[in-house]
Design a binder for this molecule. Structure first.
Ligand code: PXP
Length: 241
C-alpha cells in the first residue's frame, strides 16, 4: 500500500496570514523523509491554498511522485503540460465548496474530460480520475482511457451509523474490484482519518491512499509541544524568569 500525503492545508495555514511560511515545499520534503510514497497538491482555480509557485518548486524538489489534482479546464491542463507532474488527478471543482465534495460525473462530463485526458497523456502525464465508488463510474473512467482511478471515500467517512458505513465500504470494495478487473491502478481518498482508514487500507485492490487534512491536523497538535518549548527558549534567552 502506497501512502501519498496531500499538503494543501500546509498552504492553507500560510495563506491565512499571507506569510511565506509554513512552506509546502519544506513540508513535502519532511513527508518524504518520514516515508511518504508521494506528494499530492490541488491547484484550485481560486488559488485558495496551493499557489502556482508551489507546484513549480515541488516539481523540482519532490523525489517520490508528484500528483497534481486539478479541474479539467484549459488553464489547468496547460499548467500541467508545462509542469509535468507524474500524475494528474482530475477532480470536479466548485468555487463555493469547502473541499471536493464528490467524484467526477464521468458520464455527463465525458465531452470535457475526454480531451483533457488525452492532452495530458500525450504530454507524458499519467491521468487519474477522482470518482464516486460506483461500478458504472469505474467503467466510464476506463472507457475514457484513464489508467488510474481514485475512489472518493467521503460518504464512507461521513457515514453516521455502522450499517451505513458497512454499505459504503461494500461499495468501495465493489468499485475497487471492478477497477482491478479493468486493469486500473486503484487509489482512494478523501476524509480518511486515523480511526477510519483501517478498513479502506485493508480493501483488496486499493493500492494507494491519498490523505491530507487528518495528517496536517495531527501535525499541528503533535508538534505543538515542541513549538511552544522552542518559543520559550527564544524569549527566555532575553529575559530569563
Ligand atoms: N484525494 C482527492 C482527489 C482530494 O481532492 C482530496 C482533498 O483535496 C484528498 C484526496 C485528501 O482528502 P483529505 O484532505 O480529506 O484527506
Amino acid at each position: 500500500m502506497h501512502l501519498h500525503i496531500n499538503i494543501d492545508h500546509i498552504a492553507t495555514l500560510r495563506q491565512a496570514r499571507a506569510t511565506s511560511y509554513p512552506d509546502p515545499v519544506w513540508a513535502a520534503a519532511m513527508c518524504e523523509l518520514a516515508g511518504a510514497d508521494g506528494i499530492t497538491v490541488h491547484l484550485r482555480e481560486d488559488r485558495r491554498h496551493i499557489q502556482d509557485r508551489d507546484v513549480l518548486l515541488l516539481r523540482q524538489t519532490v523525489r517520490t511522485l508528484l500528483n497534481l489534482e486539478m479541474a479539467a479546464t484549459e488553464e489547468m491542463v496547460g499548467i500541467a503540460r508545462e509542469v509535468k507532474p507524474d500524475i494528474a488527478t482530475l477532480v470536479p471543482e466548485k468555487r463555493a465548496e469547502r473541499t471536493t465534495e464528490g467524484g467526477l460525473d464521468v458520464g455527463a462530463a465525458r465531452s470535457a474530460l475526454g480531451p483533457a485526458v488525452k492532452t495530458l497523456q500525450s504530454g507524458g502525464i499519467e491521468v487519474s480520475l477522482f470518482i464516486d465508488p460506483r461500478k458504472e463510474a469505474v467503467r466510464a473512467a476506463a472507457e475514457l482511457g484513464a489508467r488510474r482511478i481514485e475512489l472518493h471515500t467521503g460518504d464512507y467517512c461521513n457515514a453516521t451509523t455502522i450499517d451505513k458505513r458497512r454499505v459504503e465500504l461494500e461499495r468501495i470494495a465493489a468499485a475497487a474490484e471492478e477497477g482491478v478487473a479493468l486493469g486500473l491502478h486503484v487509489a482512494a481518498g478523501h476524509g480518511l482519518d486515523y480511526p477510519n482508514v483501517g478498513p479502506v487500507a485493508a480493501t483488496p485492490g486499493i493500492v494507494e491512499l491519498n490523505i491530507g487534512h487528518a495528517v496536517v491536523a495531527r501535525a499541528v497538535l503533535v508538534g505543538l509541544d515542541r513549538a511552544v518549548r522552542d518559543m520559550i527558549a527564544v524569549v527566555r534567552e532575553q529575559r530569563p524568569l
